[in-house]
Design a binder for this molecule. Sequence first.
Ligand code: NDP
Length: 480
Amino acid sequence: MARHQNYIAGRWGPAESGNYYQSHNPGCPSQVLGEFPRSGPADAEAALTSAETARAIWNKTHAPQRAAILLRFSQLLLESKEELARIITLEQGKALCESIGEVTRAAAEAAFAAGEAVRLSGQTFPSERPGFTCYTVLQPVGVVAAITPWNFPVVSPVRKIAPALACGNTVILKPASMTPWSATYITALFEKAGLPPGVLNLVIGSGECGERLISDARVRGISFTGSTAVGVRIAEKVAGRMAKIQLELGGKNPAIVVQCNDLDTAAQEIVGAAFLCSGQRCTALSRVIVEESQADQLRDRLSAHIAKIRVGNGLDPQTTMGPVVSREQMETVAAYVRKGLEDHATLVAGGRPLTENPETEGYFYAPTLFDHVSPASALAREEIFGPVLPMIRVKGPEEAFEVANSTRYGLAASLFTENPHLVNEFIQKVESGMVHVNHGTASQAHIPFGGVKDSGQGAFSIGPTVKDAFTNVKTVYIKW
Ligand code: NDP
């Protein structure tokens, strides 16, 4: 069995802590994928020293050189697509076609970020006093800690590392404990692309290790994607020292269906966006809000599209939905299904595990649809992060928008309608970082991505807004 290592100061080396843990395949939990470091304080300290020291080297690496390294990395991702996609599927579980899509997407985001390195421009200003030249420049924040979740083990780290490096920062990556293999692989690709030693450091370990990193005064920027609970904890921790922070957190993303003529296309879009990655996407559509007069028809069409989902091992080419990531995640899903039944919601599809003994056969759960869900219930309000879609019936558009805004989250929302007035109203009224009309919640590789309310804080990631996350503005006044 392969024993993987941390990558610090340009060297792959054993954990100072001497502790390792085993990672497993969620589609076949008895399969051990490898041993990975359970890093401790000494490992975090080594990574911090390395990243701080490498700032001087990276500062001297001119923007076009940084861009060239990132473009090489993007190309290497594409060349390694098949192998890396297989690793994603083995450790995360998602269907292989999704994993291939994830690597392709990561390559596109890295290529865009490469271009940002040479677009780090400030502004010039006319002076109110004669003889002055006034302008702003963008400067790197310093050492950035990138802390990532398990649902997108390649795209999530790349979405942080590539723009942070483009902007001239050095980076320490702490990936999710459940998906360290993908992180190891992409770190090796960054090394191969020609990053100088210490500019990117990989420390594999628990949340405690992440907390150690974000608590250190040398870390001037934090980019975190994960649960709202941990995001809030990080924000509280770093508030005292004013480090720059970018938080991408949970969601409870509504699909509103009102005055919609093409219910079949709406259902197809909703099912795609709800059950991709077994519903473990921050932007997964996770509640349907439908006007009563269209609800029966929509429910039947949703059921028909759900019936086409092929649940199975991610490496099987027939599979369109893999397992959930872990036993804990499966238990969470099962607990929400029980709550739904206790709250008298109507179970329309699924609602059960697909294996008798998940510990040996895999964490497979049937795609689940509930109807007649009360907007006040846990199913309708809380992030489940699994293949469960609740349907809430409302009288009309006004109530639909009210229900859409009634959770703590505000990440993504979709509207399906033919009425242009409702489109305008939806865009104005719905409290959400991203809104979609007549399609599911899919993002693109160069367009800002983020949330409001408890779904996020700080600059949006992807696209030109990354510069706000990973640079500081410096204002210059020169008197000649
Ligand atoms: P967690 O918040 O549990 O973990 C995210 C990362 O933070 C992991 O690397 C974790 O390490 C680490 N971590 C845990 N505790 C701490 C701590 N105290 N200090 C610093 N780091 C810590 O989230 P999940 O991995 O379970 O991911 C699922 C969540 O992520 C969902 O809520 C989902 O909505 C959200 N998400 C949001 C996205 C967005 O763009 N808005 C995109 C994708 C996911 P370890 O794994 O070792 O516990």
